[in-house]
Design a protein around this ligand. Structure first.
Ligand code: ADP
Length: 425
């Protein structure tokens, strides 16, 4: 039914009834009593309307605690509509609050930084990632100009040029960031930051690795090609030819070692090559390491092994490669006549494998860098002794996969001690 009719028809009916009642009273008792009754009824009606108006104004002042009456006549419809409006409003408010909470949570978890600014770059809000990337603080910096907070000439140029369709690569507070400004709404802008420090570092390591590996391979290859050219152009006597062949074989072996070590490293780093731990026969492993070390030393050093009964688990070949590298380093960096002590023992921190030598030792400034790929203290000595510069990098990766660690103590001219700790079973 038409809402106007719903409002007017009952009101007209009520008025009609009152008028009819007054007319009957007039007819029965005369004009005076009928008029008195009519005034009283009109007064009661006006009072009821005023009372409802008062309650409505009270409710509008404080809709949370004041209560609306059920109402009478047209008021019933008005009050129930107001109730419905309030319920819808509360529902919308709750939905909005929930959305806002979800949005905030998403923004908190986002690894990229988000800064909301007005059209003149005054900070309105930023998420924790932006705080970390740009050194901002939501509570402290709100309302400040972003160009005063991010003090970088590259960033200033980006703002001045205003070429926001292209991102800016920004070096800021020891981070490498990709920064992008996106205008939105009419008078707001979002600044998005993406941290690429780690990606850049990995990319640089990859580039360095390729450059180093190529350099390492080029040296023996140049020697081999040089000898081959001589052999092709000159008539060499048998003794010189043999000497050349021997040198070429040595260089060939060097390349072979290098490639084997690079393949080992790449296998250790590969996610497709997870560790399948098995119980290690430590006696066989350590005796094999001792035998290999003695063979490499060819009797030039005194090499001993002490063993306690401690069980570990892991990959036999990987641990053999790690322990073998440490033992072979001890042999290669200890002058003839020196001694090397291998020991396997139980300790509070786990199973301990120690390789101690009385060799050339290492100065303190090199120690923290020894496990970097191709890092050598003395390049020529490493090459002379068939070193690839990858041995300790392999040790580090094997231990990482086994939950172990390596510690190095050394003194130049006195000797070194390499200690491996592995979790016991
Ligand atoms: P390399 O193949 O050159 O031996 P490593 O990664 O095994 O490569 O070792 C890195 C460097 O650490 C070596 O070049 C050497 O300078 C130093 N080093 C490793 N072990 C010893 C040791 N026992 N005594 C002295 N120096 C060592």
């Amino acid at each position: 039914m038409n809402p106007k009719l719903v409002f007017w028809v009952p009101a007209a009916l009520r008025m009609g009834l009152i008028l009819a009642g007054v007319a009957i009273l007039w007819w029965l008792f005369g004009a005076t009593p009928a008029l008195i009754v009519a005034v009283i009824m009109m007064g009661a009606m006006v009072f009821a309307q005023l009372n409802y108006l008062y309650q409505l104004s009270d409710w509008l002042d404080d809709p949370q605690s004041a209560k609306l009456p059920d109402g009478w006549g047209a008021w019933t419809g008005i009050f129930s509509r107001l109730y419905r409006l309030r319920r819808d409003d509360e529902k919308n408010q709750a939905e909005l609050t929930e959305w806002l909470a979800r949005f905030r949570q998403a923004m908190h978890l986002l690894p990229d930084g988000v800064v909301i600014m007005d059209d003149v770059l005054f900070l309105e809000w930023c998420n924790p990632a932006a705080e970390a990337h740009l050194g901002l603080r939501n509570d402290r910096d709100k309302g400040m100009r972003v160009t005063n907070l991010i003090r970088s000439p590259e960033f200033m140029d980006y703002i001045i040029l205003g070429r926001y369709d292209q991102p800016l690569t920004l070096s800021f507070r020891e981070r490498k960031l990709i920064v992008h400004i996106i205008p939105f709404e009419n008078r707001r802008q979002i600044l998005v930051t993406h941290d690429v420090t780690e990606t850049e570092r990995t990319e640089m390591m990859r580039r360095d690795f390729i450059a180093n590996a190529s350099h390492e391979l080029r040296t023996p290859l140049t020697v081999i090609v040089g000898f081959l050219e001589i052999a092709a152009s000159e008539d060499l006597d048998a003794a010189t030819r043999m000497a050349h062949l021997k040198l070429m074989t040595e260089q060939g072996h060097r390349m072979q070692h290098l490639i084997e070590d690079m393949l080992t490293l790449s296998r250790l780093e590969s996610v497709d090559h997870p560790l399948r731990p098995e119980k290690i026969d430590t006696r066989t492993l350590l005796e094999q390491v001792l035998r290999d070390a003695r063979a490499l030393s060819s009797g030039k050093h005194e090499i001993s092994l002490e063993m306690e009964d401690v069980a570990v688990q892991g990959n036999y070949d990987e641990l053999h490669s790690a322990f073998g590298n440490l033992a072979s380093n001890a042999v290669r960096y200890t002058p003839a006549g020196g001694s090397i002590r291998l020991s396997w023992s139980d300790s509070e921190k786990g199973a301990k494998f120690v390789v101690e030598d009385t060799g050339i030792g290492i100065s303190p400034e090199h120690i923290s860098r020894l496990t970097e790929r191709f890092y050598r203290v003395d390049k020529s000595r490493s090459r002379e002794t068939q070193g690839t510069g990858l041995g300790l990098a392999i040790v580090k990766h094997v231990l990482l996969r086994h939950g172990g660690n390596l510690s190095i103590k050394s003194e130049a001219g006195k000797g070194s001690s390499f200690t491996v700790c592995l979790p016991k079973i």
